[in-house]
Design a protein around this ligand. Structure first.
Ligand SMILES: NC(=O)c1ccc[n+]([C@@H]2O[C@H](COP(=O)([O-])OP(=O)(O)OC[C@H]3O[C@@H](n4cnc5c(N)ncnc54)[C@H](OP(=O)(O)O)[C@@H]3O)[C@@H](O)[C@H]2O)c1
Length: 370
């Protein structure tokens, strides 16, 4: 199951709206257990992991055990059910880490396997699967994506310099880790002011992973996004969605569409900003499981206040910024996170910098559904 989970992680960020699942088929050959098939969900969400592993195993799947990270599907969607494929291949036992809360499956996958005489065990390494499949579970159970937020702070609580974009709060290692996190998400999210000030590309710039840049989403309530930004200019290559409100003029929306951007309109808050919960729901409707938000001060504040952040990546740079600094979360991010109910889960050094990863246990509990 450990291997199946690791295989599932390979395709994180590539399978939306489907989950990134892993599968291992092990056969007892003359008293020796051998792995005869490995599979993970393929780009775009299919074929599913079980089918890839079964194809590799071929006739050796007969009487073998399949380890799979999520309950095999039992409904006919764009492909026929994986439960049927496991039965047809003659699998003797299925060990599964996590049940699928999708109403079309929800226990029916296991039922189908058991009715065909297959032994089924559920729950092996479930906690890890729960984390790894968090995006899919969140969209299925809460109708919104798993929301990761990332911010880099200087030791004096600043995220940049007032009026100066792209201030390097942290070094190269931290940047690489951010690229990797971008690659594993289904969408990157920023507030409009970060685009206006930094003009970022928001792509994955790691050797070999350039093609894994996910969709880039900007919250722009009034249509302030200039057509000359890198994001708009590259929208034909890497998708850009702009979540806006009725306040964006039609001609601006048309000009952005002509450049290849997609426009999603949602209701505004009483203050005239994009309603964040509706924005996330609109993204979930389009199949987005996991969102990686690179927060400026205002976006971080609003997201935390609304209780929408599930996981927080807090980078801490080594150098003070001083009096011209841009303060965020009152200059005390950890205090803000602890009072919002987060716990510290990971704490590591990245060269001179530190990365602390926080999670909200309530968010994880909510993914179990009713
Ligand atoms: N160190 C870091 O980790 C890091 C990361 C990112 C950015 N930054 C820095 O942060 C600065 C920008 O931050 P910022 O605080 O000025 O802006 P921001 O958080 O990037 O963007 C805020 C803007 O997003 C739009 N927005 C739409 N709906 C919103 C909502 N519900 N809640 C909040 N905002 C919403 C608003 O403009 P409309 O109302 O017009 O839509 C708002 O003015 C830049 O200097 C950048 O370099 C630092």
């Amino acid at each position: 199951m450990d291997l199946a989970l690791r295989l599932g992680r390979r395709c994180a960020g590539l399978t939306a709206e489907n989950p990134a699942v892993g599968c291992v088929i092990a056969h007892n050959i003359s008293g020796r257990v051998e792995i005869v098939g490995r599979g993970w969900t393929q780009e775009g969400g299919r074929p599913h992991a079980e089918r890839v592993a079964l194809a590799e195993a071929g006739p050796l799947a007969r009487e073998a055990t399949a380890y799979v990270t999520l309950e095999p599907c039992s409904h006919t969607g764009k492909s026929s059910p994986c439960a049927d494929a496991l039965i047809e291949a003659g699998i003797a036992r299925v060990v599964c880490a996590h049940p699928d809360p999708d109403r079309r499956v929800a226990g029916r996958g296991f039922e189908k396997l058991r009715s065909a005489g297959i032994a089924v065990d559920v729950g092996l390494m479930q906690e890890r699967a729960h984390r790894d499949l968090g995006g899919f579970l969140s969209r299925t159970v809460r109708y919104r994506p798993w929301l990761q937020a990332k911010m880099a702070f200087s030791p004096d609580g600043m995220i940049g310099i007032e009026g100066q974009g792209n201030y390097p709060v942290t070094g190269a290692l931290a940047k690489s880790r951010t690229y990797a996190l971008r690659a594993q998400a289904d969408a990157i999210l920023v507030g409009c002011d970060t685009v206006l000030i930094d003009n970022p590309a928001l792509t994955v710039r790691l050797p070999g992973l350039e093609a894994r840049s996910p969709v880039r989403v900007v919250l722009d309530s009034k249509g302030r996004m200039p057509l000359e930004t890198i994001l708009v200019q590259t929208a034909e290559n890497t998708p850009v969605w702009i979540v806006t409100t009725e306040q964006m003029p039609r001609d601006k929306a048309n000009a952005l569409k002509e450049k290849g951007c997609d426009i999603l309109r949602v209701d505004a808050t009483p203050e005239g900003h994009v309603n964040l919960k509706l924005a996330l729901e609109a993204m979930a409707e389009r199949g987005i499981n996991t969102v990686f938000a690179e927060c400026g001060a205002k976006l971080a504040d609003e997201m935390l206040k609304a209780g929408l952040v599930d996981e927080f990546f807090l980078y801490q740079g080594a150098e003070q910024i001083g009096p011209n600094g841009l303060v965020a979360l009152d200059g005390s991010p950890e205090k803000a996170l602890f009072s919002a109910g987060f716990i510290l889960e990971e704490n590591c050094n990245m060269g001179q910098d530190k990365l602390k990863r926080f999670v909200r246990p309530q968010s994880l509990d909510a993914l179990y559904g009713d």
